[in-house]
Every structure is written in structure tokens, then in C-alpha cells.
Design a protein around this ligand. Sequence first.
Ligand code: GUN
Length: 290
Amino acid sequence: MAAKLIDGKAFATKIKADITAEISARKNQGFAAPCLAVILVGDNPASHIYVRNKRQACEEAGIKSIYHSLPNTIPENDLKELIHQLNNDPTVNGILLQLPLPEHINSDALLELIDPAKDVDGFHPYNLGRLAQRRPALQPCTPYGIMMLLDHIKETYKNRHAVIVGASNIVGRPMALELLLAGSTITICHRFTKDLSYFVKQADILVAAVGIPSLIKGDWIKPGATVIDVGINRLIDGSIMGDVEFTAAKEKAAWITPVPGGVGPMTTATLLKNTLTATINQDSETRDIP
Ligand code: GUN
């Protein structure tokens, strides 16, 4: 039986509409619009497209975005100074440092400089640590968006074996923490995993986040599995393909995300959600000061 499609595009549209309505209601109560500072370094074409889409989504939702587009050659100290300024600016609620950064810059050190309360990507060790300790604060956007999709299809999590392929800081690792928190049994596969198919065949929930087109073969999918494909791989002909062999996998899975139109739109929706959450938290802290 063919799997049902998990329509991330439609679900993200609904979430964005809810966020837009909440921001509008807050403005009517006298609150300022949330403000997201976006930092883009260099001229990576994919990063430019992602940042343009994120800023446009902010604008549509009523979130102010301020943009720092900086040259590839910028010294690391100048970026540190900018992050300090944004941390100390009470009108800025969220800070997004688009990755990857040029090689001469230590991305981890810069991400750690961002005020955790403004860390709308959820990449700061504080926020990842909170997730690891089952006390999530600001959650990394892509895994958070995937959890919303799984909740939406009424995934049960418990007694389910979740296999995550890919162990990046952006997706694989926080994804494992989210699914663990939800009660699933977790396996993480990565570049040193021997016999990937052995693990994938056991997955009740499969999350593929490696960036290798069609790495996961359709006949590895366990019948009735939920398949989440995070891969956005652009082929030479310009088309986009996921990490999973979609057509064959669809015949075995119960649920599957398309690429494009599955996980991608959710990442932007959760960025807006985190920006609103950070803003609400900061506004309530300000009000509490005697
Ligand atoms: N590069 C690829 N994905 C992301 C993301 O979710 N956030 C940031 N900041 N950079 C990225």
C-alpha cells in the first residue's frame, strides 16, 4: 500500500498563520513587533537563498528582520563584536548566524557567544544541554519542526524504534534528543556505521539527514514505517532530491515526507515560532523587573 504524504508545506502555512495572528494580537496589546537579526557571511549561494526565504517569512508574519550581510574576509573579532552588540540591544529579540561560515572563522565559538535567550536556532550549548536534560528551552528548528509533523500525524513514539541517519549538530544529534524525550528507542547512524541497511530496516521512525541523494534505498524501509527525509540535494539538472529513494520507499512506508515540500518549510515555521517565544520570554522578564 502506498504511504500517505506528510504535507509539510500545508502544515507550515497553518503554523505561520497562527504565529502571524498571535503577533498581530500582541501588537494590538501594545507590544513591539518581534525583531530578528540575521547575519550572513560570504557568498554561499544556498545560504543566500535560505536567508532570503527566512527574511521574507519574517516579513509576512509581522516580524522585523535586520540584516547583516558581511564579506567573506571579515575578521572573526568583528563578528564577535557584532554579536556582543546584538546581545546588548534590547530591541533585538533573536539572533540567527547562518551556517556554514568561512573556514577562518570558528563557528562553535561564535554560536556560543550568542545570548541563549536570543538563540532562535537553538544551537547554543545551553539550549542543547537543556534538551539533553529533558528541559527544552529554545529548540533547534529542523528537529523541532519534524516533531511537530510527527505530532500532527499522531505518531505514538513509545515502543517505536527511531533510527536517525546523520549525526550533525544542526539535525541528527538534536533530532535524537527530541525523539528520546518523546519516548522512542534511538539509534544514530553516521559515516562510521557499518551496514547502514541493517539499522534502517529496523526503523519504525526513520529520519534521514545526510545530504546524499538516494542514499537510503526503498527496499530497506520497514513496512509501515514513518519516513522523514531532511535531505535537500540539488542535482546537475537543477531538480531537488532527498536522501531517500522516494518512489520505492513510498510503496513500503505508512507515512513519508516529500522533497521538496516536507521538512524544509517546517524549518522556517519553527524559526518564526522560536523568535516569537524568545520575544514573549524577554518581554515578560522586562515586565518583572521592579
Ligand atoms: N545552515 C543550514 N541550516 C541552518 C539552520 O537551520 N540555521 C542556521 N543558522 N544555519 C543553517
